[in-house]
Design a protein. Structure first.
Length: 364
């Protein structure tokens, strides 16, 4: 509700700015930029500088094996424990995640030293919260209790160069085509040794290394290429992007997250200069974790590197706002909210529920 109220207030302020009296109008339109969840969609002219801030929230609930839902009782009675036979390890899984929330704050900056290239850097901070249910002993469906883990840390830093292959569109033009190539690298600044206190099937509460998906960073240098087409014909905007995250080596613990490949396409309509509405589809595939961290062990699916990755398709709706006159001219605010319509997971694995992105941008 706070997000809705904030967006409504910002929309009113930007609408008033669009109607305010000003000595000079600005040739900016709400659909000059892609939906806020699309990164690296545009480049800048020489000497231009842009700052951005994004807040992302994602929720997960329930579990799937492939495309099928699976209950916690089924998981703890049928899914083998990878670590069975080691001291204290039961034959099947006995701890099941039931819900997860992730909040991320991303701060970015872009600068164009020349018309032909724009440099971009983005840092982020993550807070993750996961709910679990623990079953008693080594078999059966008697519940011992529940617990929650809550790691929080800085994430990996993204550095990239953007190349406008078709040049820059003329300011204010209603007929534009942009093609932007991104050459990016992810730097392993994020933590990979976060810990959490858990509840074991025997009732113990040790502090252990948090599993793979609960770490803030990857621990690896990753290539992150992308290519984005963005166009506009009058009030109609459209675009598509293909991107990847390719791991270059294992991290210091002996594993690497699976390579990820993503494609997205969108269509937008601009009823007013300061307002644009968009619909977007996004598809993503990610491989399993390669290797294993010897410090991550337990009768829980998140400790198994094979139960990571999969395929997913999301449908996302968005709104872009921009001030066109007065003190708010050039200030951009945008929101996207979406949910998966298809998930095929290397499970058992938690399924995505919904996600929201709120962002601010200003170029100078």
């Amino acid at each position: 509700m706070k997000t809705v109220n904030f967006l409504a207030g910002a929309a009113l302020a930007l609408a008033l700015s669009a109607n305010a009296t000003s000595a000079s109008a600005h040739n900016v339109h709400a659909d000059d930029h892609a939906p806020i969840g699309v990164m690296g969609d545009h480049a800048h002219k020489k000497g231009e500088f842009m700052i951005s801030a994004r807040v992302m929230h994602m929720e997960m609930s329930g579990n799937q094996i492939g495309t099928d839902d699976v209950s916690p009782d089924t998981i703890v009675t049928t899914v083998p424990n990878r670590f069975a036979g080691m001291p204290g390890q039961p034959p099947t899984l006995r701890i099941v995640p039931t819900g997860m929330r992730t909040d991320m704050v991303m701060l970015g900056a872009m600068y164009a030293p020349a018309d032909a290239v724009t440099l971009m850097v983005m840092a982020n901070y993550l807070e993750k919260e996961m709910d679990h249910v623990t079953y008693m002993g080594g078999m059966g469906t008697n519940v011992r209790g529940t617990f929650q883990t809550n790691p929080k840390a800085l994430g990996d830093t993204k550095v990239s160069a953007l190349f406008p292959l078709l040049g820059h569109p003329e300011a204010g033009s209603m007929d534009t085509d942009e093609l932007t190539l991104k050459a990016g690298v992810s730097l392993p600044t994020g933590s990979t040794d976060e810990t959490a206190q858990i509840l074991t099937p025997m009732g113990g509460t040790p502090t252990v290394r948090a599993p793979y998906m609960m770490q803030a960073g990857s621990g690896t240098f990753d290539l992150e290429p992308a290519i984005t087409y963005k166009g506009r014909r009058g009030r109609i905007g459209f675009g598509a992007q293909a991107s990847a995250s390719i791991r270059l080596d294992d991290n210091k613990w002996g594993y690497a997250f699976g390579d990820a490949y993503e494609g997205t396409a969108w269509l937008s309509y601009r009823p007013a200069q300061w307002l644009s509405l968009s619909g977007r589809v996004k598809g993503r595939t990610m491989g399993q974790v390669e290797g294993i961290d010897p410090n991550i062990m337990g009768p829980v699916q998140t400790a198994n590197p094979d139960f990571q990755g999969g395929e997913r398709i999301d449908l996302i709706g968005g709104i872009n706002l921009v001030g066109t006159h007065g003190p708010l001219a050039g200030h951009r605010l945008a929101l996207e909210i979406g949910a998966p319509v298809y998930q095929d997971l290397n499970g058992p694995q938690m399924a995505g529920d919904w996600m929201l992105t709120l962002g601010y941008q200003k170029a100078f």
